[in-house]
Design a protein around this ligand. Structure first.
Ligand code: OAD
Length: 243
């Protein structure tokens, strides 16, 4: 049931944004991080997703990313991603800020995207810092090496203990600071700075709409909370809005 009040806010909204997390890709078959079947239940983040882990055992880290690339490479955008891509054409200003590295928003057709935690299909030279696209599944060699200088390549993603790119976080803050409505979809809202963004929207008088299969630390502060799957709730809101 989509409240009429939300539809009225959306009809008036000029600037709309969506902050997404692993939950939006769950229906595409990509595991989330927390929760019962989450990756951090089976694997230790500090052994796989930190600069120290990579320095200690680049083969282990790359094997884990190779495995994730195999899963993500087979995944297709679901109705959640597709609805979000559609909304870019409907609202005067529309941005996706995602913590996901899977690239599914782009595959669904979204163009205005800030990838806060990087992209699994990009690699970075550890010596020169050059970022390259690499879509090999499986990787040709583990660990992969830079074709220019032979140095080790690393995934172009943000690991624990690393800073986000200044441009990305500034962009995300600017979007959040000017959103009339921000949707927060499929994130546990525990990882910062992403988790702070909805509060920027609230501070400027915007509306925060949360969609998640369970309540989170953000839920008490959300203006609207939809308990359910992103791939079902987003199309439901869309059909009320455009039906
Ligand atoms: P989490 O795994 O922490 O949270 C996923 C959220 O999605 C949970 O709150 C679930 O309840 C919800 N969820 C699951 N399936 C859903 C569905 N079909 N529809 C709607 N919601 C659903 O993932 P993130 O919040 O994205 O960072 O995690 C944030 C960051 O922590 C990740 O980017 C990653 C991780 O460690 C790094 O690796 C730096």
């Amino acid at each position: 049931m989509v409240p009429e009040e939300l539809i009225n806010f959306l009809r008036k909204a000029k600037k709309v944004s969506v902050l997404t997390g692993a939950g939006i890709s769950a229906e595409s078959g990509i595991p989330t991080f927390r929760g019962e079947d989450g990756l951090w239940k089976k694997y230790r983040a500090e052994e796989l997703a930190t600069p120290q882990a990579f320095a200690k055992d680049p083969v282990l880290v790359w094997e884990w990313y190779n495995w994730r690339r195999e899963i993500i490479g087979k995944a297709k955008p679901n109705m959640g991603h597709i609805t979000i891509a559609k909304w870019e054409k409907i609202f005067p200003s529309f941005w996706v800020i995602t913590q996901n590295i899977d690239g599914l928003h782009r595959l669904a057709g979204s163009k205005n995207i800030v990838e806060l935690h990087g992209n699994i299909w990009k690699v970075r030279c550890t010596r020169e810092g050059i970022v390259m696209e690499n879509r090999d599944v499986p990787l040709k060699e583990i660990p992969p090496k830079c074709e220019n200088c032979g140095a080790l390549l690393r995934p172009h993603v943000v690991w624990f203990g690393e800073s986000l790119s200044i441009e990305d976080i500034e962009m995300a803050e600017e979007i959040s600071n000017s959103s009339d409505v921000m949707f927060v979809v499929g994130t546990s809202s525990v990882v910062y700075p992403a988790a702070s963004l909805p509060f920027l929207t609230k501070r400027r008088g915007g509306i925060v709409v949360e969609i998640n299969i369970s309540e989170t630390t953000l839920t008490p502060y959300a203006d609207f909370f939809f308990k359910g799957k992103a791939g079902e709730i987003l199309p439901e809101i869309d059909s009320r809005l455009n039906g």
